[in-house]
Design a protein around this ligand. Structure first.
Ligand code: LLP
Length: 389
């Protein structure tokens, strides 16, 4: 299938802007839902990927839960209709205020990342006469083979409880009165393209389940995190990630009984391809060896290339001339403010519109107002009913 949005919609005068194709979002959610039902898996949408209310409400209507990483994500998610019993909460640095928000709203689970944090949760819960349901986020030491900044499951990362500490932490938990340990959580990283890595993860989770079992703690809640990658090179042809192969691996390799509830926290794979960024060329500048297309969007609207050397497909929407190579750069006063280097684009002139694909995840939500830039608008396919095909 192809997911290039209708060109008329991308010619709105005010640039730059995010454009969301809600049909793609719905198609993605339909596929996800079908597979989820087949295997009986529970999906929490990782709100950090895109917290836009229009997007959140659609996701909620498909029955997904939410994975939050801050108190504000919890309140925002609740205000967009998610139910507390479908919310899980992870994060290495939960503040007392954030823990209170989670307790006051009676969310489903805290995914806990250290013994020190569990002690604070126990203390806050006891002040409120509550029992907090918790899971241990264990660092599984599985290398996700992705960019180092989005790798989370190896020893040098700050995330999760060191595997060798599992027994010690389980025993400490048993002594605390206001928490109830109900399972385990892992997350090894993001934009994982080789799904076989998840097989190693399943085998490691099985080992961890055995450790819990020996300590007499059932792991009815198993949360395997997120991380399924999307295709940034060919977003039009591959707008829906390969959920089949991904879930099949967990179904095949994860030890489970009918009592086990297997939770996933998917972000990028749900929303990545439904969003794009439209920008206008301000100037074309010739260097000695490099031709720059200077556009009106910058790292303030999409920081992924600057931060992770990420590559997003870019096309020129408004030129029919023969292609040339450009460095596509923004107006921000940083050399890292670029969208692509050596990109082949139909010859670019001032005023041309460029389309930057796959910005639905970690695009709008990571925007900033650095250089005192204004927040840009978002437009949605559904708001163009007159040209809906
Ligand atoms: N669960 C936990 C505990 C996480 O830390 C994350 C992402 C997810 C789930 C969702 O992962 P996903 O399915 O989206 O891969 N800003 C970076 C990505 C950071 C991911 C942070 N954690 C980027 O633009 O590539």
């Amino acid at each position: 299938m192809t997911n290039r949005p209708n060109i008329d919609r991308l010619l709105i005068p005010d640039t730059p802007f995010y454009y969301y194709d809600l049909n793609i979002l719905r198609k993605t959610l339909n596929q996800l839902k079908n597979i989820q039902e087949k295997y009986g898996f529970i999906i929490h949408y990782a709100v950090k990927a895109n917290a836009n209310s229009r997007i959140l409400r659609i996701i909620k209507n498909y029955g997904l839960g939410a994975d939050c990483v801050s108190g504000n994500e919890i309140t925002h998610t609740l205000s967009n209709g998610f139910k507390p019993e479908n919310i899980v909460y992870a994060g290495v640095g939960k503040s007392d205020r954030e823990i209170d928000i989670a307790l006051d709203n009676n969310i489903a689970f805290f995914n806990c990342e250290s013994l020190a944090e569990i002690e604070v949760i126990n203390e806050r819960a006891s002040l409120k006469n509550q029992t907090a349901r918790i899971a241990l986020r264990i660092n599984p030491e599985i290398n996700a083979n992705t960019h180092q900044y989005i790798t989370t499951g190896v020893e040098e990362n700050k995330f999760g409880i060191n595997r060798t500490e599992t027994v010690k932490v389980i025993r400490a938990c048993k002594k605390m009165k206001n928490i109830k340990l109900q399972g385990l959580h892992v997350h090894i990283g993001s934009q994982i393209q080789d799904v076989d890595i998840f097989k190693s993860l399943c085998l490691r989770i099985n080992e961890l389940q055995e450790v819990f079992r020996k300590e007499g703690v059932p792991t009815n809640y198993i949360n395997v995190g997120g991380g399924l990658g999307i295709n940034y090179e060919h977003p039009e042809e591959n707008s829906i990630p390969d959920f089949h192969s991904y879930f099949k691996i967990f179904n095949q390799f994860l030890d489970r009984t009918p009592n086990h509830r297997i939770h996933f926290e998917l972000g990028r794979s749900v929303v990545g391809q439904c969003g794009c960024l439209v920008t206008r060329v301000l100037y074309v500048k010739e260097g000695l060896h490099t031709k720059f297309a200077i556009v009106d969007a910058g790292m303030t609207e999409l920081i992924r290339p600057a931060l992770y050397q990420a590559s997003h497909k870019i096309i020129n929407l408004t030129s029919n001339k023969s292609p040339e190579k450009y460095d596509v750069v923004g107006p921000i006063c940083e050399s890292s403010d670029y969208f692509g280097k050596n990109v082949l684009l139909k010859k670019v002139s001032r005023g041309d519109r460029l389309l930057i694909y796959s910005t639905g995840a970690y695009g709008e939500v990571m925007r900033s107002n650095y250089n005192l830039r204004e927040h840009v608008k978002s437009h949605y396919s559904e708001d163009f009913p007159q040209i809906e095909k």
